[in-house]
Ligand binder design. Structure first.
Ligand code: CU
Length: 470
C-alpha cells in the first residue's frame, strides 16, 4: 500500500509554476485559475481528495480544484485567448482559462465531479466529455442533450468519474468553428489504486492543426485539410518543450487527436506498446511492439516504454509536412533548376527576391530570410550540430542517467560517448559498379544458398548412409 509519505517522496513533481494566477470568482463558484503562459507546468501532488500521481501536460498545466462536501469542483472559462505557438509567433484563439488547449482535468476513479463552465466567448457553446460514461444529459451535445450555454452564462456538469483512463473535452456546439479556434483539453481519470499502471513519468498532450496565413494571427476556420501549422498542445517546434526522463524510467505518453487528419507519431531509439486508448487500458495480451502509432481523428493513444537508451531522441509526427511551419503550400519544387542569373534579373524588378531550394530545402533552415510579421521559419531549431531543419509536430525525448530522482530540469544537450557519433569518411570513394543488367524478371526463379548443392529440378532419391548428418 502506498502511504502518503511514499507518495510525496516518489512522485518527484515540481511546485506549481509562477505562471499560475488566480482570478477571484463569484463566491458560490470555485475560483477559475488562469494560466498566463505556455510553459510546461507539472501540477503539485493533490492536497486533498484521493491521492494520485499527476500527469505532465506538455506546454500546459492541470486545473486546480476545490473539494466541496466530497465533490471535486472545477471551473472552466471558455474565452478568447492569445496563445504563443513559439517565441516570435502568437495566435488569437479560443480556449479555456487563459490558454488553448485548455487545462488538463485530473480526477480519480470514483470521484464525484462538478464542473462549472462559464461562457465568455462571443457565441454559445457547450462541453462534451469525450469517452466518459455519464448520464446522457451531461454529455454536452447541444440540441440533443442540453440547451446551448448562452454568452455570459454558466452551466454546471456533474457526474461520477466511473472509469479510469484518458479522455478529452471539447465543444459540441458550432464544433467546426470552435475546434478550429482551439477549444479542446485533456482529461485524465487516475485509477483508484495509484499503483495500478503506475509509471515514473506520464506526459499528455493534444495534436493540433491551424490555418494561419503568414503575417496574420487568427485561424481560418473553414479550412478542412490544407492546414499550415501543426502542433503538440498548440506549440510548434522549436517552441515545444522536450520530454525529460531518467534512464530506465517507465514512461507513458498519452496523445489525443482532435484535428482533421491522422498523425503517425514516431519515437526514435525505443520500442513502445500501446497500453491505452480512449476506451480504456488495452488488455496485455493485445499489445505488440511498435515504433510508430497512427492516431486517428477523435482517438487517444497511450504508449509506454522503458527509457533504456540515453540520448536526445526525436519524437515527431511521421507526415513530413507536419514537421514544417507555415509557408510552403504554393512554393514550387526547384530541385535541379539552375536559376543563376534569373534572381538578378528579378531583383531589378522586385528587391529582396530570393529563389529557394535548388538543392532541396535544407539550406533554407540556415538562411536568414525576411519573414512576414508573426511568422516562424518553415524549418528551424538549433541543435548541437546545427539546424534541426524541423518545425511543427516535433520534439525531443531526453533520456539521462545523471539526473537525481525527481529532477526533470533541463539537462542540456546529450554528451555522446566518444566514438558514437556518425563521422565523415575521408578515404577513397570506389567507382560505382553496376549490380544488375537492365530489364530481366523482377524476381529470381531460384536463389542458391551459399555452399548449397546444385539445385536439381527432379527430386533425387537418396539412400540413408552412415555419413549422413556429419
Ligand atoms: Cu501529423
Amino acid at each position: 500500500m502506498t502511504t502518503r509519505r511514499d507518495f510525496f517522496r516518489d512522485a518527484g513533481v515540481l511546485a506549481l509554476g509562477a505562471g499560475l494566477i488566480s482570478r477571484a470568482g463569484a463566491a458560490a463558484l470555485p475560483e477559475a485559475a488562469v494560466m498566463k503562459d505556455a510553459k510546461t507546468t507539472p501540477p503539485p501532488l493533490p492536497k486533498d481528495g484521493r491521492p494520485f500521481y499527476p500527469v505532465v501536460t506538455l506546454n500546459g498545466w492541470s486545473l486546480p480544484w476545490r473539494m466541496n462536501q466530497g465533490v471535486k469542483e472545477f471551473h472552466l472559462v471558455a474565452e478568447p485567448v492569445v496563445r504563443e505557438f513559439a517565441p516570435g509567433m502568437k495566435a488569437n484563439l479560443w480556449g479555456y482559462n487563459g490558454q488553448s488547449p485548455g487545462p488538463t482535468i485530473e480526477v480519480v476513479e470514483g470521484d464525484r465531479v462538478r464542473i462549472f463552465v462559464t461562457n465568455r466567448l462571443p457565441e454559445a457553446t457547450s462541453v462534451h466529455w469525450h469517452g466518459q460514461r455519464l448520464p446522457n444529459g451531461m454529455d454536452g451535445v447541444v440540441g440533443l442533450t442540453q440547451p446551448r450555454i448562452p454568452v455570459g452564462k454558466t452551466f454546471v456538469y456533474e457526474f461520477e468519474a466511473r472509469r479510469a483512463g484518458t479522455f478529452m473535452y471539447h465543444p459540441h456546439s458550432d464544433e467546426m468553428v470552435q475546434m478550429a479556434m482551439g477549444m479542446m483539453g485533456f482529461w485524465v481519470t487516475h485509477p483508484k489504486d495509484p499503483d495500478v499502471m503506475r509509471v515514473d513519468r506520464d506526459y499528455v498532450f493534444l495534436l493540433n492543426s491551424f490555418d494561419i496565413t503568414p503575417g496574420s494571427a487568427t485561424p481560418k476556420v473553414n479550412t478542412m485539410l490544407d492546414f499550415n501549422l501543426w502542433g503538440f498542445n498548440s506549440r510548434v517546434f522549436p517552441g515545444i518543450d522536450a520530454m525529460r526522463v531518467r534512464l530506465n524510467d517507465r514512461v507513458r505518453i498519452r496523445v489525443g487527436n482532435l484535428t482533421m487528419t491522422n498523425h503517425p507519431v514516431h519515437l526514435h531509439g525505443h520500442e513502445f506498446t500501446v497500453t491505452g486508448t480512449d476506451g480504456g487500458w488495452t488488455p496485455p495480451a493485445s499489445r505488440w511492439p511498435e515504433v510508430t502509432v497512427d492516431i486517428g481523428v477523435g482517438q487517444m493513444r497511450a504508449i509506454e516504454f522503458d527509457a533504456t537508451e540515453p540520448g536526445d531522441w526525436a519524437f515527431h509526427c511521421h507526415k513530413s509536412h507536419h514537421t514544417m511551419n507555415a509557408m510552403g503550400h504554393q512554393v514550387p519544387t526547384m530541385i535541379g533548376v539552375d536559376h543563376r542569373g534569373i534572381a538578378e534579373k528579378i531583383n531589378k524588378l522586385v528587391p529582396d527576391y530570393m529563389v529557394m531550394g535548388e538543392r532541396g530545402m535544407g539550406d533554407m533552415a540556415d538562411m536568414e530570410m525576411p519573414l512576414p510579421e508573426n511568422t516562424l521559419p518553415m524549418m528551424t531549431g538549433d541543435g548541437p550540430f546545427g539546424s534541426v531543419e524541423m518545425g511543427g509536430m516535433f520534439t525531443v525525448l531526453q533520456v539521462r542517467a545523471d539526473q537525481k530522482p525527481g529532477d526533470y530540469s533541463d539537462p542540456g544537450w546529450y554528451k555522446h560517448p566518444s566514438g558514437t557519433i556518425a563521422y565523415e569518411w575521408n578515404g577513397e570513394l570506389p567507382e560505382p559498379s553496376s549490380q544488375n543488367e537492365a530489364g530481366g524478371q523482377s524476381m529470381p526463379g531460384k536463389v542458391k544458398p551459399a555452399n548449397a548443392e546444385p539445385v536439381e529440378t527432379k527430386p533425387r532419391s537418396r539412400k540413408p548412409s552412415g555419413h549422413e548428418g556429419h
